[in-house]
Design a protein around this ligand. Sequence first.
Ligand SMILES: *Cc1c(COP(=O)(O)O)cnc(C)c1O
Length: 386
Amino acid sequence: MHCHHRPKRTSFLPYGKQSIDEDDIQAVVNVLRSDFITQGPSIERFERKIAEHVGAKYVVAFCNGTAALHGACFAAGIAPGDEVITTPITFVASSNCVLYSGGTPIFADIRPDTYNIDPDEVARKITPKTKAIIAVDFSGQPAETDRLSMLAHDHGLVLIQDAAHSIGASFGGRKVGSLADMTMFSFHPVKHITTGEGGVIATNSEEYRNRLLMFRSHGVTKEPEQMERNDGPWYYEMQTLGYNYRMTDIQAALGVSQMDKLDRFVARRREIAAQYNQAFSENEGITIPYQHPAAESSWHLYVIRWNQGTDRAKAFEELRSRNIGVHVHYIPVYNQPYYRDLGYEQKQCLHAEAYYEEAMCLPLFPGMTDDDVQDVIYAIKEVLRG
Ligand SMILES: *Cc1c(COP(=O)(O)O)cnc(C)c1O
């Protein structure tokens, strides 16, 4: 059967993009006209809104997700000599936060089907020096937090979930944000909701929350019950070396407004993923994303494997020339020159390497029209036919 011919797209379709509407703009303008553009009431409003949505007791906002991960490593007590196990198929920030803290990232291979960290590989990499696991919910599909929590519990490790891709997702019927000791969400414009730059840690631990609050603001506290002494109403204490990692009220107000649309954004992403699944399930040469039975993804990325001997790099260029903004997420982190120079063995994880040879992300964001989706499907099938 011949497909109806579609003309080439005239505009470039990116792999991800924010959706900002007039309510969002108004929310930001309102804050700009108010008394506080930073350290004001919008921060707590945003934190509470996320906490309620994801089912966590506390949420602490940061200027970006990377700073939030650095905070999580600090709160977990990561220090020189400590090992932290994470996945190589992630953005570099997931392991850089361990280096910031003086710890040593250890890479455990992914499962060949979900592309998430393999709990059996994590178990093999645990040593007496291991302090934490940083699991990444790659593409929006939660990692196996049931098995990872058990490992963490049995070995006295802190489980940190890098959920930059997975706000709105769940595992075993439980929301991401309520599954690990600390969970990071990012609000970079390609993620589900945006604050321009921004991130948070969700946690049920009051102790972690207090450490995170101090860490994001110079290591300083003004809470009387936390201070060693109190000289008067002006008094504050710096008790640890923190940073200025605060989010502004301008960002938080945008975040509050964006949160109202999160469920709708996730629903649209799921719809588009279902359209791709249906279009490509019968195609030889493409593997569609496998879903773990307990995972309900919020679909940050739609990743296909361009396999069976076809040339991924050539297909990538042909799709880009058709204005389809395909992408490759991610280059295994240990292969980055900085990590190589630190002494990391190259190509150390076999499944991660095989994945990297064939992976390709298709455009996926809530603002895509059905027509945009059909453009992608048509272009892929055209390139597959050669
Ligand atoms: C985006 C992202 C981060 C970093 O978040 P920023 O807000 O950009 O600092 C960390 N990990 C993963 C997996 C990400 O996709």
